[in-house]
Design a protein around this ligand. Structure first.
Ligand code: SAH
Ligand code: SF4
Ligand code: F3S
Length: 511
C-alpha cells in the first residue's frame, strides 16, 4: 500500500515555497504536500510551517514503508471532553497528512494520549494506561509514545511523567497542539523525552487538517480557554484565558463542513455565552447563532457549555425562533445551595437559576434542560444537598451528570479547610443520583407515541438490525434499519420509552 497523494485545500492566504524555490501567495490554493521543498529552511508563518513539517514527516513515512513494507500506524486516544475530542480530530488529521495510517489499536508505531485532568480519576487513568503502553514498547522498541492535553499543563503531573515514565518520547500541552508535525519531527532527532509546554498563548492557528470521527456531525471550537475561575475547577489553569475565534473563520469552517456532508454542528466553548465579548469587533453568541443558522445545507445546531450567569434573553429569543438550533440546553447547576454557589464562585443564586430555567421552559416548552452537579464541595452539608435536590425536582432536569467533588491542586477550593469526608460525599451522591434518575425518566417518558425527527448516528452495537440516533432534544432513539441510514434525518414513531431512551420505528415502515 503506498502513500496516496493528498491535496489539502486552504481557502486563505498562505506563504509557501514550491520546488523551484518560488514564493507563492494566493487565495484558494491547494497545497500538495508531496511537491513542497523540504530541503530549504522551514517557513516562519503558521500554518505554513506545519505543512512543511508534515511534508518532511511524509518523506520519513515513505522511508519507513520501504523498510517495513507498510506505512507507519498511529493511534490517537481521546480522554477528555468534547473540546479535547475536537483537538484529537486535529491531531489525527495532522498525523494522517504526516504519512501515518490511523488505527484504534494502542499497540502500534505511534500512540498519543490526549489527556484530561478535570477530576483526579482522569489522571489515574492516564498513569494506568501508560503502564500498559510500556509493556507494548518493551516488545517493540521502535514504538513512540506522546502525551498532550490538559493534564500536561499541570506542573505536578509533568514532574511525575518526567520522573517515573521516562519511556514517553514527547510531551506537549493544550496551547501548541497545532505544532504536532514539527514536534514529531524534532522528537525523532532528540535523545530522550522532548517536552514543550506553553503557559499561555494568545494565538489561534486556523486551517489545519482534521480527521472527523463522524462524517455527518462535527464539533467546532468557537472559543478557547475560560475566565470564570469557579473555585473547584482546574480548566482555566490548563486551558488559559478566554479567546474567541473570528466569526468569519467559524462560518467559513462550518460552510466547508456542510459542503462535505455535515448535517449537525456542535459549537464548543467553556462558556459559549460570553463568546465574542473580547473581539476587536464584539459580537454576541446569539448574533453568531443567527449567522450560523443561515448556512445552507446545515440541519442542526448544538452548543455547549452555557454558563447560567451569562445566558441572555437574546439567546432565548434566537433559540425560540430558530428552525435549526436543537431543543436542548446544557445548563450546569453545580449546586442548588446559594451559600455553596457563592463559595464555588459561580455568581448566581439558587433563585436566579430557578428563574432562568423557568423562563427557558416557558419560552421553549419542548426544550430539554440538562445539567452538571458536584456533590461534596468543601463545606457542603446535608441541608445544602437538600437545596440541590429541591432544584432538581423543580427544574425536572432531562438528564444530569453528577460528579463527586475532586480536589484539584492549585484551585482555591483545594485550600478550603472544611473538605467533606468521603463517606458523606458518597452517601450524598447516591441520594442525588436517585432523584436525578427519577426526573430524567419522567421527562423522557413525556414523548411516548410522538413522531419526531431522528438523526441516525450508528448501527446499534448489541443489535445489528437496529440503528441509533438522537432527537433534537438529545434523547436517544433506536429504530430498525441499516448503515445506509447513517447521517440521515428520519421521522420516527417513539413507541416505547425504556428509561432514558426510546425504541421506535421509522414512520411509514412496518414494525
Ligand atoms: N465549562 C463547563 C464545564 C467544564 S468541566 C461549565 O462551566 O459548565 C465539566 C464539569 O466537570 C463541570 O460542569 C463540573 O460539574 C465538573 N467538575 C469540574 N471540576 C470538578 C471538580 N474539581 N470535581 C468534580 N467535578 C468537577
Ligand atoms: Fe471550569 Fe467554571 Fe470555567 Fe466551566 S466556567 S470551565 S466550571 S471555571
Ligand atoms: Fe476538557 Fe478535561 Fe480539559 S474536561 S478542558 S479535557 S481538563
Amino acid at each position: 500500500m503506498s502513500l496516496k497523494t493528498v491535496r489539502l485545500k486552504t481557502h486563505f492566504l498562505f506563504l509557501l515555497y514550491d520546488r523551484k524555490g518560488e514564493k507563492s501567495r494566493e487565495m484558494n490554493q491547494e497545497i500538495d504536500l508531496d511537491k513542497l521543498d523540504i530541503h530549504i529552511e522551514p517557513p516562519t508563518e503558521e500554518p505554513d510551517r506545519q505543512y512543511y513539517f508534515m511534508a518532511k514527516c511524509r518523506e520519513w513515512a515513505k522511508d519507513f514503508e520501504r523498510e517495513n513494507g507498510r506505512l507507519p500506524k498511529a493511534c490517537v486516544v481521546n480522554m477528555g471532553c468534547q473540546m479535547n475530542a475536537r483537538d484529537s480530530e486535529k491531531l489525527a488529521g495532522i498525523l494522517e497528512q504526516a504519512g501515518y495510517r490511523l488505527t484504534e489499536n494502542e499497540n502500534t508505531d505511534f500512540v498519543i494520549f490526549n489527556t484530561c485532568t478535570v477530576r483526579d480519576n482522569a489522571n489515574q487513568k492516564v498513569y494506568g494506561r501508560l503502564g500498559e503502553l510500556n509493556g507494548y514498547k518493551r516488545k517493540n522498541p521502535h514504538m513512540k509514545i506522546a502525551l498532550c492535553g490538559c493534564m500536561m499543563q499541570e506542573p505536578s503531573a509533568l514532574e511525575k511523567i518526567r520522573k517515573s515514565y521516562g519511556f514517553v518520547d514527547l510531551v506537549f500541552g493544550t496551547h501548541n497542539i497545532y505544532k504536532l508535525a514539527e514536534l514529531l519531527w524534532n522528537s525523532r532527532q532528540a535523545s530522550g523525552m522532548l517536552v514543550d509546554i506553553w503557559q499561555e498563548t494568545d494565538r489561534i492557528v486556523e486551517d489545519l487538517p482534521s480527521d472527523r470521527k463522524y462524517s455527518f456531525k462535527s464539533g467546532i471550537n468557537i472559543m478557547f480557554g475560560c475566565n470564570n475561575f469557579c473555585s473547584y475547577c482546574i480548566v482555566p489553569y490548563v486551558r488559559g484565558r478566554e479567546r474567541s475565534r473570528q466569526p468569519g473563520e467559524i462560518l467559513r469552517e462550518i460552510k466547508r463542513l456542510t459542503e462535505d456532508g455535515v448535517a449537525e454542528v456542535m459549537l464548543l466553548g467553556q462558556n459559549v455565552n460570553s463568546y465574542g465579548k473580547n473581539l476587536a469587533e464584539p459580537i454576541t453568541f446569539a448574533q453568531l447563532l443567527r449567522e450560523v443558522e443561515k448556512i445552507e445545507g446545515l440541519r442542526r445546531i448544538r452548543f455547549m457549555t452555557s454558563h447560567p450567569k451569562d445566558l441572555s434573553d437574546e439567546l432565548i429569543q434566537v433559540m425560540k425562533e430558530s428552525k435549526k438550533i436543537c431543543r436542548h440546553l446544557h445548563l450546569p447547576l453545580q449546586s442548588g445551595s446559594t451559600r455553596i454557589l457563592e463559595r464555588m464562585n459561580r455568581r448566581y443564586t439558587k433563585e436566579q437559576y430557578l428563574e432562568l430555567a423557568g423562563k427557558i421552559r416557558r419560552e421553549i416548552p419542548d426544550i430539554a434542560i440538562t445539567t452538571d452537579i458536584i456533590v461534596g464541595f468543601p463545606g457542603e452539608t446535608p441541608e445544602d444537598l437538600e437545596e440541590t435536590i429541591d432544584v432538581v425536582r423543580k427544574v425536572k432536569f432531562d438528564n444530569a451528570f453528577t460528579f463527586l467533588y475532586s480536589k484539584r491542586t492549585g484551585t482555591p477550593a483545594a485550600a478550603m479547610e472544611d473538605q467533606v469526608p468521603e463517606v458523606q460525599r458518597k452517601e450524598g451522591f447516591d441520594r442525588l443520583l436517585r432523584v436525578v434518575q427519577e426526573t430524567a425518566r419522567e421527562q423522557t417518558a413525556r414523548l411516548q407515541g410522538r413522531v419526531m425527527d431522528v438523526l441516525i448516528e450508528e448501527v446499534n452495537e448489541s443489535d445489528k438490525s437496529m440503528v441509533t440516533g438522537r432527537l433534537s432534544n438529545n434523547t436517544i432513539v433506536h429504530v430498525p434499519g441499516d448503515a445506509s441510514l447513517i447521517g440521515k434525518i428520519v421521522p420516527a414513531v417513539l413507541d416505547e420509552c425504556r428509561g432514558f431512551y426510546y425504541i421506535g420505528h421509522i414512520e411509514g415502515q412496518k414494525l
